[in-house]
Design a protein around this ligand. Structure first.
Ligand code: ZN
Length: 434
């Protein structure tokens, strides 16, 4: 009996120990799984902390970038406010209106100026402003007036009028990167007008020459003859995959090419070919590209610059057109930015031909094209095309990164208001920078 009791007691103790052990084990399991959960949560918290740290950093950078954009915008607004205040308190508008009162019909420039002053002084909702802009639409022919017309249309739209915006005035397609910019973007400021006899002179053979001559009557920079129509007559202009000019934007490839100019003084031979002012050059001036000499044939001007840097054109550009012994063309571009008067350009403008299409050689006037070059020769480079019909490809461009000055009076004195082809799709082309 006693022995049985002991056995029962032992059995109970055993069961008790088992239960205790099981409970204990279960507790351990529970703690470790809790620990796991906590660890995972901690990991996640750490991760999200890191991620939010990154996004805070990104947001900060964005804020800084926005601030940088905002500062010049604020400055512009202040300038605009100052102009507005000046025009409102001064007698400008009244003076203008008094001066124009006797005129039957204002010139396009006068009409646009009046509308602009009205816009600044009275705002876009004032009936007089709207009337002035409506008048610009009447007086302006689409020819050289795309900018004016676009501005007038925008002003009328801002004033709440229903206007069928011309395709040319619509926002430009995302510049250069792969999109064909068919319509001339309003931002461009209207570009058109140069023809390249330059390019013509650069042509290699007779048939090219013929095409160049033919092109002269068949294309222009505006309306029905504008760049978006060149492809009808000159298919490469529309179908070419490496057309120029380009909007020059990174990423850039490091240059391995070296370029230097060795230009000589010679008699001035200047021509207005109906598309641009061109200076023809006697043999002997050379551009060396990796020591391969390219003979300078001619140089000519575009207003505004055909090339853009980060979507921004300069006041003008000079294209120096060269050809090597193999017939390959190379164009050196010198950007002109508004500043001091340029003495070399003064010489050219002082000798502008009075007649179109006739080369003029004013007696005793010598000119050295080197006088138009900046001292620095760092460049952007890409493979492009003639920027005028027939838009022939395989032309190397070297656009100097340092601009030279031209005064605003000199820009205005250039006889073509707009002779720049719009920027063309980059189509994956490399732009080299040295
Ligand atoms: Zn050109």
């Amino acid at each position: 009996m006693k022995r049985t009791l002991i056995e029962v007691f032992l059995a109970l103790a055993l069961v008790g120990a088992g239960v205790f052990g099981w409970l204990n084990w279960q507790q351990n399991q529970k703690s470790s799984s809790q620990l796991k959960v906590l660890q995972t949560a901690a990991d996640e918290a750490a991760k999200s902390l890191q991620a939010s740290g990154e996004s805070v950093k990104a947001a900060e950078e964005k804020a800084v970038a926005l601030q940088q954009q905002l500062t010049p915008m604020e400055a512009q607004l202040q300038e605009l406010a100052a102009v507005k205040a000046g025009l409102t308190s001064g007698a400008t508008l009244a003076d203008l209106q008094a001066a124009y009162k006797t005129k039957k019909k204002l010139s396009d420039e006068q009409q646009v100026g009046l509308a602009a002053v009205l816009l600044l002084t009275k705002g876009s909702n004032d009936p007089a402003t709207l009337e002035a802009f409506r008048a610009t639409l009447k007086t302006s022919d689409l020819g050289n007036r795309k900018n004016t017309i676009c501005a007038a249309q925008m002003a009328l739209i801002a004033g709440g009028e229903k206007v069928d915006l011309l395709p040319e005035c619509k926002a430009p397609p995302a510049a250069a990167e792969g999109k064909e910019s068919k319509a001339e973007p309003a931002e461009k400021g209207g570009a058109d007008a140069k023809a390249e006899s330059t390019d013509k002179a650069g042509k290699a053979d007779k048939s090219d020459k013929k095409a160049g001559l033919q092109s002269k009557t068949k294309w222009g920079y505006d309306g029905l003859m504008g760049p978006e129509r060149w492809g009808t007559e000159f298919p490469t202009c529309a179908k070419g995959k490496s057309q120029a000019p380009l909007d020059i934007q990174g990423p850039f490839v490091k240059a391995r090419t070296s370029v230097s100019a060795d230009y000589k003084e010679g008699p001035l031979k200047i021509i207005n070919n109906g598309h641009t002012i061109q200076v023809n050059v006697n043999p002997g001036s050379k551009l060396r590209v990796d020591s391969v000499p390219h003979e300078l044939l001619q140089f000519h001007f575009h207003r505004p610059s055909e090339e853009k840097i980060n979507r921004v054109p300069m006041a003008m550009v000079i294209h120096f057109v060269h050809k090597n012994a193999a017939g390959k063309l190379a164009v050196l571009g010198v950007l002109l930015k508004e500043g001091n008067e340029n003495p070399a350009i003064k010489t050219l403008w002082d000798n502008l031909p009075t007649e179109q299409d006739a080369e003029s050689s004013p007696e005793g006037i010598k000119f050295n094209p080197a006088s138009l070059l900046p001292r620095e020769f760092e460049f952007y480079s890409y493979e492009g095309s003639l920027t005028t019909p027939p838009c022939t490809e395989s032309v190397s461009f070297f656009i100097l990164r340092t601009p030279v000055n031209v005064s605003s009076a000199q820009v205005t004195a250039f006889p073509f208001k707009n002779n720049a082809r719009p920027v063309q799709p980059r189509n994956g082309r490399e732009i080299v920078m040295n």
